[in-house]
Design a protein around this ligand. Structure first.
Ligand SMILES: [Zn+2]
Length: 178
């Protein structure tokens, strides 16, 4: 478990680049991957700063993907994911945070995550549908946050990650819903 450290992240990225070169990968491809890391690490630092201002802690750890816990005001994110994807996941989790701030006033999500784990086990369709609706909204707000923070992300890349995550939820909501 670790907090974000720009220097550590940059070192890790440089080592990845060196490993790729030693392994005989195309130099230009390795360089452009390193550059994507470089820009993404700057973007992560921007998100961490925004989160700090809201009282949210971001922890990099061994876990799957990412999750926001409102009770502890913590976003946990997999340290093994490449920086660009971490940027997308973090923005999405910030989206969940923003929704959780207004969810009390918004009927749209009242049947969703707010009901907590206990209700989740019942797998009711209305609950799952509200969760999925929140998933869409969290991606939407995450993208808008990236624009407010002037990150200049590639919408197509963002959408590719968004699509694959939403697909998992759509399978979940239709497969076992009552
Ligand atoms: Zn989500």
């Amino acid at each position: 478990m670790a907090l974000f450290d720009v220097e550590v992240a940059r070192d890790k990225s440089l080592h990845r680049f060196e490993r790729a070169i030693r392994a005989g990968c195309d130099g230009r491809k390795a360089e452009s991957a390193w550059w994507v890391d470089h820009v993404s690490i700057t973007n992560i630092a921007t998100i961490v700063e925004w989160c700090n201002g809201k009282g949210i802690k971001i922890q990099f750890e061994k876990c799957n993907n990412a999750v926001f816990d409102k009770d502890t005001m913590t976003i946990s994110i997999a340290s093994s994911i490449r920086p660009l994807r971490q940027v997308f996941y973090l923005l999405h989790e910030c989206g969940h945070y923003m929704i959780s701030n207004t969810a009390g006033k918004d009927d749209r999500f009242k049947m969703g995550y707010r009901l907590g784990e206990g209700f989740t086990s019942e797998l009711s369709f209305s609950h799952k549908l509200a969760c999925v609706e929140e998933e869409f909204e969290a991606w939407h707000r995450g993208w808008r946050l990236s624009q407010r923070l002037k990150m200049n992300l590639d919408r197509k890349q963002f959408d590719a990650v968004r699509r694959s995550c939403l697909k998992t939820y759509l399978v979940w909501v239709t497969k076992y819903g009552k």
